[in-house]
Ligand binder design. Structure first.
Ligand code: SAM
Length: 248
């Protein structure tokens, strides 16, 4: 069960402190933690925030946490699947977690849409690099743009497998996501995401191959970008193309 739920526990105190500091640079009324595990990060968060809400799916770990933090009235342990939990119910609190890597993408997708001041996550380094990738690089793609549409993202520092028990097979990194509220003039962000997803459907193909079938060959062929690949195009330019499409 442990491996399946992505259970690699952080054990390096220095790294736990740095994550807690990034979540609460100046103290917080409330912090939400995803996947508290055995409560190592929870401990550090409780030193910096007035209250912590921790969402854990594994009943054995929930029981462990209830014993470990018995009498700690500032901690609320919620036994639930984070993907099925409404994270906005506690108001706009910072979110943090050493994420279960098998559901990194859906957790990111869910949290960037919230009006939270920041999210600090420990994730696979390879995914962190995709989040901050520049156009024209191998890592640049739909995940980069979907994230940039909602949040400004920064890699804070890297974490080696030795900081965990058991060590994962991959390097990790701590990222900070700050939802920015800009919509790049696209209006309907969901429709724009469909356009982006279609643009990247076959990454190596020209835009005309990916988009003509959906938006009309004549329209797309007339675009100066028709023979470019999506992986070369920055978000602002995609937004410009989408606005053009809506006015056609
Ligand atoms: N935060 C702890 C630490 O750093 O030591 C544990 C992190 S471990 C990588 C991921 C944690 O997320 C595990 O405790 C796991 O049981 C929990 N988890 C996995 N899937 C989950 C889900 N869908 N909802 C909530 N928690 C989940």
């Amino acid at each position: 069960m442990g491996q399946k739920l992505g259970q690699h526990f952080l054990v390096k105190a220095g790294i736990l402190e740095r994550i807690a500091l990034a979540v609460c640079p100046a103290g917080e009324d409330l912090v939400i933690e995803i996947g508290p595990g055995r409560g190592a990060l929870t401990d550090k968060l409780l030193q910096r925030a007035a209250r912590v809400i921790a969402i854990e799916i594994d009943p054995v770990l929930v029981e462990h946490l209830r014993v470990k933090f018995a009498g700690e009235t500032r901690l609320e342990i919620i036994h639930a699947d984070v993907l099925a939990t409404d994270l906005s119910q506690w108001g706009p609190a910072p979110i943090s977690g050493n994420l279960p890597y098998y559901i990194t993408s859906p957790i990111l997708e869910k949290t960037i849409r919230l009006e939270v001041p920041r999210a600090i996550f420990l994730i696979q380094k390879e995914v962190a690099e995709r989040l901050v990738a520049k156009p024209g690089t191998r890592e640049y793609g739909y995940l980069t743009l979907q994230t940039a549409l909602y949040a400004d993202t920064e890699i804070l520092f890297e974490v080696k497998p030795g900081a965990f028990s058991p060590p994962p097979k991959v390097d990790s990194a701590v990222v900070r996501l700050v939802p920015h509220g800009r919509d790049y003039g696209v209006g309907d962000r969901k429709a724009f995401l469909k356009f982006l997803s279609a643009s990247f459907r076959q990454k190596r193909k020209m835009l005309r191959n990916n988009l003509s079938g959906i938006y009309g060959k004549e329209i797309i062929d007339a675009w100066p970008e028709a023979s470019l690949r999506a992986e070369k195009i920055p978000l602002e330019q995609f937004a410009e193309m989408f606005r053009r499409l809506k006015s056609e």
